[in-house]
Design a protein around this ligand. Sequence first.
Ligand code: FAD
Ligand code: NAG
Ligand code: NAG
Ligand code: NAG
Ligand code: NAG
Ligand code: NAG
Ligand code: NAG
Ligand code: NAG
Ligand code: NAG
Ligand code: NAG
Ligand code: NAG
Ligand code: NAG
Length: 584
Amino acid sequence: MFFYIIQLLSLASTVVAVSYLTCKSTPGSKDWPSDAEWAQLNLTLSGRLLKPSPPGAVCHPDQPTFNSEACPVVQAGWNTTIWHTNNPVSSVLNNVNNDTCLPEPTDPCSGEGYPIYVVNATSADDVKKGVDFAREKNIRLIVKATGHDYMGRSSAPKSLSIWTHHIKNISFQDGFTPNGCNFSDPIEGAAITIGAGEQMINIDYQAHLRNLTIVSGGGGTVGHGGYLTGAGHAALSSTYGLGADQVLEMELVTPGGDIIIINECQHTDLFWAVRGGGGSTFGVITSVTIKAFPSSTFLVATVFLGIKIGTEAYWDVATSLLGKFPALGDQGMTAYSEFVYNYTSADLNSSTPVDGFSGTFILPALHSENTTESLTATLRKVLDDVTAPYPNQFTSSISSQSYPDFYTWYLPSNGPNNAGFDAQTGSRLLDGKALTNASGLKEALKLLIPAQSPLQIYLVSGKGVHNAQPRGGGNAVNPAWRSAYVHTVVGAYWEPFDLAEKAKQEELLTNTYVEAWRKLAPDTGAYVNEADVNEPNFQQAFWGDHYPRLVSIKKAVDPTDVFWCHPCVGNEGWKVIDDVLCRV
Ligand SMILES: Cc1cc2nc3c(=O)[nH]c(=O)nc-3n(C[C@H](O)[C@H](O)[C@H](O)COP(=O)(O)OP(=O)(O)OC[C@H]3O[C@@H](n4cnc5c(N)ncnc54)[C@H](O)[C@@H]3O)c2cc1C
Ligand SMILES: *[C@@H]1O[C@H](CO)[C@@H](O)[C@H](O)[C@H]1NC(C)=O
Ligand SMILES: *[C@@H]1O[C@H](CO)[C@@H](O)[C@H](O)[C@H]1NC(C)=O
Ligand SMILES: *[C@@H]1O[C@H](CO)[C@@H](O)[C@H](O)[C@H]1NC(C)=O
Ligand SMILES: *[C@@H]1O[C@H](CO)[C@@H](O)[C@H](O)[C@H]1NC(C)=O
Ligand SMILES: *[C@@H]1O[C@H](CO)[C@@H](O)[C@H](O)[C@H]1NC(C)=O
Ligand SMILES: *[C@@H]1O[C@H](CO)[C@@H](O)[C@H](O)[C@H]1NC(C)=O
Ligand SMILES: *[C@@H]1O[C@H](CO)[C@@H](O)[C@H](O)[C@H]1NC(C)=O
Ligand SMILES: *[C@@H]1O[C@H](CO)[C@@H](O)[C@H](O)[C@H]1NC(C)=O
Ligand SMILES: *[C@@H]1O[C@H](CO)[C@@H](O)[C@H](O)[C@H]1NC(C)=O
Ligand SMILES: *[C@@H]1O[C@H](CO)[C@@H](O)[C@H](O)[C@H]1NC(C)=O
Ligand SMILES: *[C@@H]1O[C@H](CO)[C@@H](O)[C@H](O)[C@H]1NC(C)=O
């Protein structure tokens, strides 16, 4: 909201303002490279430089790339995440490209919200050439792996983009010695080295073939780069820790253009910072080596609880149910769950509307005691306990299933995989104190469940995250994760081009919905990868006490801000004014 207003107000004065501010170069400015210089870059990249037209342009008769046969194909793909990940410049959310060329002939198509040039990288060397060019020519630089980012950090107008999608490679090792480490024995266990362009579902599949499991994000098309630079929560994070906690080593192209290997023995500051300090800030990761675990039987329970709409008991039961989550997380259980309001569902056999709760509870069976029966019994006791004060008012069901491994469950269940709409996310991490503050929690739920139904409650932190021992003695992940249990997500939605509605919904998101969670959990923070782009004091919210060290590492590795994004570490001192990035 705040930034949005600034942009609108600044429009009138832009022409004047930009001419005396120090800005990144833009087409038309004196320092923008000539066509010959771009052609020279392309030559050094063996032809891997792209100048893509906006992908929706094929649907617009006034555009040079209009193509009535290609248009329906683009339209058919537009609502799926996979389509956007396979395109050099497209993003999962329309508003990340500022709705500047949707695949609808009646909508405007300027393409102004997309980068201009793209390095279609297949190696660290390609990445280096792109980074060097952007640094030497003062060009705004971005990194796109998949374009899933909810805050638009993987796109920018008037920029050069490093597209990592085609940096593919997965290799496995049993035991791993990080480069430059003088260890008498390798780090025990399986290690997987992954190119920056790989996406979750393929890594999961390759691991599954070897009876291994990784700490995988929920969406199969999510990329590893953005995921583990932000933290990375997963169905197995309550047991094994966050995605960032699994990293053993990375190959990184620095803002200065060096290709380096970072781990607990060399470049230890960067190794600490990149694991949690955010994407496209400290350089471009070209490959990463992570831990993998032996596969185990995977237990999954589907839980449903409902009560006649408008029943007062609902609020107390919802509140005490969340109060049970810390104990479940302490057992290594994960849940993707939601509170629903005035809800009917054929799947759940509720044809009359209910206020309710539905969730998928997950436990890897690492002990012989862990069976579908024990999982059902544990959850049954939770439901019975919380509904006991209100006999015969609630209906509930629990059905537990056993899968041979994580992947067997994940393949048909991964998601969400829908795309192609306008939205903004907001979120908060909730610790035990917030989840057991009955009066405060009830107040928040009474506001949020009706407004946000289904209200997303992810139990994705527990003993694995709290007791994690990242290599090198720690990482930059928001310290709030280490005491949180729940990551709760709220959203704002609007129709494209309705700028008034957009402003209204974003304002509500920041100042009413996320604010209700902030009030309940003032000392925690939020998960940078699934957060409100307008989060006030984002530095504190996303990185807490780690922020000062992160900024000093950013300044050391990138003194001239080759990489800049928002909301990202060390981005103070620059502002986007009418699509141009300027020092202020
Ligand atoms: C459908 C969906 C499901 C999701 N599920 C989960 C989940 O289960 N758990 C979870 O933790 N998060 C989840 N997320 C959030 C996800 O972690 C973020 O969207 C993340 O930013 C995606 O990373 P990416 O590389 O795929 O995306 P991109 O949008 O391409 O990149 C995201 C950010 O990382 C940077 N980046 C990407 N690759 C590199 C690299 N190689 N080097 C340096 N910087 C890089 C980009 O510049 C950008 O800043 C989900 C998101 C969506 C849309
Ligand atoms: C780069 O060169 C290749 C051929 O070598 C060409 O196909 C491509 O269009 C060029 N890219 C740009 C941006 O001109
Ligand atoms: C894609 O989603 C939009 C809005 O979310 C909808 O209007 C459109 O019909 C969908 N397109 C397809 C092909 O499903
Ligand atoms: C997005 O587009 C609108 C016009 O639809 C424009 O007013 C606004 O400045 C643009 N925002 C950005 C961030 O470019
Ligand atoms: C990018 O490079 C890959 C690998 O060489 C190639 O298969 C793909 O077609 C290229 N993409 C574009 C849009 O040129
Ligand atoms: C994949 O990585 C392995 C191990 O680093 C390497 O030996 C192999 O050459 C790589 N393959 C490709 C296609 O880059
Ligand atoms: C490796 O460590 C051993 C024992 O700590 C030491 O004797 C040896 O000199 C070290 N080697 C290098 C190359 O540092
Ligand atoms: C995976 O486990 C199964 C069942 O235990 C076994 O039959 C198979 O050989 C294993 N595969 C590999 C690649 O280890
Ligand atoms: C529940 O939803 C129905 C259908 O959308 C609506 O008519 C009704 O007013 C809602 N009831 C409440 C209490 O919100
Ligand atoms: C819904 O009802 C059908 C038929 O009675 C039953 O088979 C199914 O298991 C029920 N589903 C749930 C979630 O209770
Ligand atoms: C799983 O096993 C552990 C260790 O035996 C036990 O403490 C825990 O209660 C079990 N949980 C479930 C749901 O079976
Ligand atoms: C509970 O939450 C409310 C905010 O809704 C806060 O004012 C209160 O201090 C909290 N109580 C405790 C014990 O933390």
